[in-house]
Write a protein that binds this ligand. Structure first.
Ligand code: NAD
Ligand code: UDP
Ligand code: UDP
Length: 335
């Protein structure tokens, strides 16, 4: 229920100590809101929110969203979930529980508070897509019993829950299907391709290209993504999504490796390793809906976004993280 005495909102960000969550927290604080960051620190780190210690409008609560949560807020961004294949496959049962039980608890909270709730869904709901680029009306091509299923099916079930709470109980929901996003504060041991390649390049270690390297992904810089999430949350109630948020620029993993080698000036050799099971062959968002309904499109090209990302990892590897953690944006703010 909106508060009557204050124009600033109290906003819950689950997964707020993670890569995307911590950038979202920074942006919401900059907008003048109060932020409650809830995270169990599975893959997130205190380093990402260390610069907010003592901030008058920021609170951190260590909590696992698979358990009920009783707090008072005006809006909820539900981002809590391990997002990198190595981490979500490490404990697949917990991954599904986080998406499904976590969604139920956060939806139950939103229902009690009669507040708006946004779900960080994923392009993985499209699986290994037979439609290219992916539009929101494509139902996907997902293996229900493979190594990626805990993440893909968990996120699909969370979407189902969001829409059922909306249809059955009239809850105001927003569902963002996020495509691969990169930038400062990715965890160096996260296993995702951009962080892996940059860290390997900076150490002059072999770049680990999986398969023939011809599989594609489309990479969105974190600042653009955060702008899209906030625009979605602030969009008219009738617009629920699901809506794709990502950068349509599509690259093969070999092209990405070469871009990173050029950016870092590294002498690393590229070595090929087996392609993980069910690794999607191609991925590119169709963002027509986000453009039309949110007036949103990414502004930062991959080549441009790799610079601050590489700078971040350079500083991190040099052991000077605290300074870097506080730097939330390298590009002029959008809102
Ligand atoms: P991340 O791993 O950096 O952040 C996830 C955060 O959630 C971490 O801080 C982790 O500790 C926390 N968390 C995990 N399980 C939890 C639980 N049970 N209870 C409380 N906290 C928990 O990953 P990210 O890239 O920042 O992803 C954030 C969200 O965006 C995730 O839901 C992810 O599925 C989604 N997403 C991200 C991408 C991407 O490319 N980064 C793409 C698609 C979707
Ligand atoms: N829930 C929560 N915080 C709240 C309200 C509910 O964590 O403030 C949890 C609650 O534990 C329940 C879940 O959300 O398991 C779903 O709540 P809902 O009211 O939809 O279902 P019910 O309680 O009827 O099972
Ligand atoms: N990948 C790679 N080398 C790595 C890590 C990943 O070639 O060290 C590939 C991976 O096989 C996939 C792509 O890069 O085709 C993106 O992988 P990531 O784990 O970042 O994201 P997702 O597969 O979930 O899109």
């Amino acid at each position: 229920m909106p508060r009557l005495y204050d124009s600033c909102k109290r906003i819950l960000v689950t997964g707020g100590a993670g890569f995307l969550g911590s950038h979202l927290v920074d942006r919401l604080l900059k907008q003048g809101h109060e932020v409650l960051c809830v995270d169990n620190l599975f893959t997130g780190t205190k380093r990402n929110i260390e610069h907010l210690h003592g901030h008058a409008r920021f609170e951190f609560m260590r909590h696992d969203v698979t358990f009920p949560l009783f707090v008072e807020v005006d809006e909820i961004y539900n981002l809590a979930c391990r997002a990198s294949p190595i981490h979500y496959q490490h404990d697949p049962v917990q991954t599904t529980k986080t998406s499904v039980h976590g969604a139920i608890n956060m939806l139950g909270l939103a229902k009690r508070l009669k507040c708006r709730i946004l779900q960080a869904s994923t392009s993985e709901v499209y699986g290994d897509p037979a439609v290219h680029p992916q539009t929101e009306d494509y139902w996907g091509h997902v293996n229900p019993i493979g190594p990626r299923s805990c993440y893909d099916e968990g996120k699909r079930c969370a979407e189902t829950l969001f829409f059922d709470y909306h249809h059955q109980l009239g809850l105001e929901i927003k569902v963002a299907r996020i495509f691969n996003t990169y930038g400062p504060r990715m965890h160096p041991a996260d296993g995702r391709v951009v962080s892996n390649f940059i860290v390997q390049a900076l150490k002059n270690a072999p770049i680990t290209l999986y398969g023939d390297g011809e599989q594609t992904r489309s990479f969105c810089y974190v600042d653009d993504l955060i702008d899209g999430l906030i625009r979605l949350m602030d969009s008219p109630a009738a617009f629920t999504g699901p809506v794709n948020l990502g950068n349509p620029g599509e690259f093969t993993m070999r092209e990405l490796a070469e871009l990173i080698l050029a950016e870092t000036g590294s002498a690393s050799p590229i070595v090929t390793l087996p392609l993980p099971q069910d690794d999607p062959r191609q991925r590119q968002p169709d963002i027509s809906l986000a453009k039309a309904r949110l007036g949103w499109a990414p502004r930062i090209a991959l080549r441009e976004g790799l610079k601050p990302t590489a700078d971040y990892f350079r500083t991190l590897l040099a052991g000077n993280v605290a300074a870097e953690g506080g730097r939330s944006s390298y590009f002029p703010a959008q809102n």
